[in-house]
Design a protein around this ligand. Structure first.
Ligand code: B16
Ligand code: MG
Length: 229
């Protein structure tokens, strides 16, 4: 029997299950370079967990602080976002199970053995493809389809959808994220948040780990017990 009221664990994909966040970064950097715009790794922190169209708007906004940026029509923005996605898809053809982040296979096994149901709460429309390439799909009871999600993180929609699909109340779920937008989304969903190397801007995760290599379910459960006193 579990020593916790938590029954479900919802995982972000990019930056939590796999190191795909750097492929998103490289794809945006290539597009920004073609547009004569700057885009640094620090800028990229603002894009983590954020949808495609919103990411493009953030890049324009950051550049507007330094130079004149033309106004793009919605059609042009759509075309640019598709171009970035094509670059990203080029990068992810290289993905293998070796790209699963350290500690993740052990964590998934431990969570399963302890009776948790597992879901993927990613904003990425490429999530299914990436999970297959990583050979991780079989671990999850539910994978949210980003195409069906209307409001992107920090909105809680994708996390609430996962809890509902698993048949649990939000308060029975733990969300694991590497982005500020994701931690905010988990907080708004009313779940316990676990952060992996989160660049904190406003909302601090309930429990933090420096890397997935340090992520341990027993530590999460112990910290929850301590909180309760
Ligand atoms: P796509 P996550 C997010 O995935 C990424 O962090 C973010 O950088 C990306 O823009 C977003 O998915 C959309 O991805 O362009 O593949 O549909 O971190 O929520 O797993
Ligand atoms: Mg992420």
């Amino acid at each position: 029997m579990k020593i916790t009221d938590k029954k479900g664990i919802l995982f972000d994909l990019d930056g939590v299950l796999a190191d795909t966040a750097r492929y998103h970064y490289l794809a945006w950097k290539r597009l920004a370079g073609e547009l004569g715009m700057d885009f640094s790794e620090e800028d990229n922190e603002n894009l983590k967990g954020v949808g495609r169209k919103e990411s493009l708007d953030i890049i324009f906004e950051l550049n507007r602080q330094k130079r004149a940026v033309p106004c793009f029509s919605d059609e042009e923005k759509q075309r640019l976002a598709e171009k970035k996605n094509a670059y990203y898809q080029e990068f992810i053809t290289e993905i293998t199970p070796g790209d699963v982040l350290p500690g993740i296979p052990e964590f998934l096994r431990d969570a399963r053995e302890k009776g948790f149901l597992l879901a993927v709460a990613s904003a990425s429309r490429n999530a299914g493809n990436v999970l297959n390439r990583l050979e991780l799909s079989g671990w999850f009871d539910y994978v949210a389809d980003a195409r069906e999600i209307k409001r992107v993180k920090p909105d809680p929609e994708v996390f609430l959808k996962c809890a509902e699909a698993l048949g649990f109340m939000p308060s029975e779920c733990i969300g694991i994220e590497d982005s500020q937008a994701g931690i905010e989304a988990i907080y708004r969903a009313g779940m316990l948040s676990v952060g992996i190397h989160v660049h904190v801007v406003s909302r601090k995760p309930d429990i933090s780990f420096e890397s997935t290599g340090e992520l341990k379910l027993t530590r999460i459960l112990e910290e929850m017990e301590e909180e309760r006193g």
